[in-house]
Design a binder for this molecule. Sequence first.
Ligand code: ADP
Ligand code: MG
Length: 334
Amino acid sequence: MEEIPVKVAVRVRPLLSKEILHNHQACVRLVPNAKQVIIGKDHAFTFDFVFGKNSTQEEVYAVCIKPLLVSLTEGYNATVFAYGQTGSGKTYTIGGDHVASVAVDERGIIPRAIQELFHHISEHRNINFRVKVSYIEVYKEELRDLLDLETSMKDLHIREDEKGNTVIVGAKEFQVECADEVISLLESGNAARHTGTTQMNEHSSRSHAIFTISIHQKQSAEYQNAAQDSITSKFHFVDLAGSERVAKTGNTGERFKESVQINSGLLALGNVISALGDPKRKSVHIPYRDAKITRILKDSLGGNAKTVMITCISPSSLDFDESLNSLKYANRAK
Ligand code: ADP
Ligand code: MG
């Protein structure tokens, strides 16, 4: 059987202490061993992976991400997305924020993947690795280079090279030698993400953050045989904008335009993922061009690339509508 290009996971976070304090009830539960999530009384959805309130960061990494890291080292592109409403656990799961200060057990996907990548490199001394990092934000359909705020968005362009690789012309790429260097670039990008905006939570919940690790590998001369060329591959870690609906935000004017544009990115992504999952996809048009986020990820979604979407869900009954919407979005992506 042909492999499904996009795997879909759902992670339900625990009730937070402030929610418990305010007596929120949980309206989401898992069916043990059935990979099923039930919301409300009996609305059931089945996914490739489901993680409940007691799931650990290690478990999510081992089940969803480790296979992608293996693919990366074999030369394939990989993408992981965190989707969900603001406050559902996207950043916690992707692990892009406060990396240095978080307890080791609590570390999310990015630091674990980085650690494993450098471990792999240290165990393959016969291969020359070159690792590069970039960090881009998409806000209101405009790109921002989080590793170089001097670069104005006018100087960033998404291009496809002759081999079909997507490149962001003008984006800073830093070559790195160890895990700590990657973490410190990630942290400086996070700091940049919050500058120039008065309401940082607002801003980060309305933008997509794409952290990318590219690797280039070549056999050392002494091991080289003619058949083996160098290989390049990349891993995107994407913390998507909050999926909450415009109506709930209830804003007009500029703010309204923002939510519409952000939702159009999520909509385009949903359409691409859904088209990729179509059994007739060889003949179906994949609408990559509809948004910046899908254009950027084009060479890392579908084809030989491995993709996991982790849909994050709040269990609180106050978030019922958003959680149901997220489960529907995820269901469409299967
Ligand atoms: P988002 O990025 O989707 O807005 P966050 O990742 O910031 O959401 O999570 C919101 C809050 O919930 C944070 O305080 C975070 O630490 C907590 N949280 C999220 N997921 C979990 C989890 N699986 N276990 C424990 N706490 C979590
Ligand atoms: Mg977040």
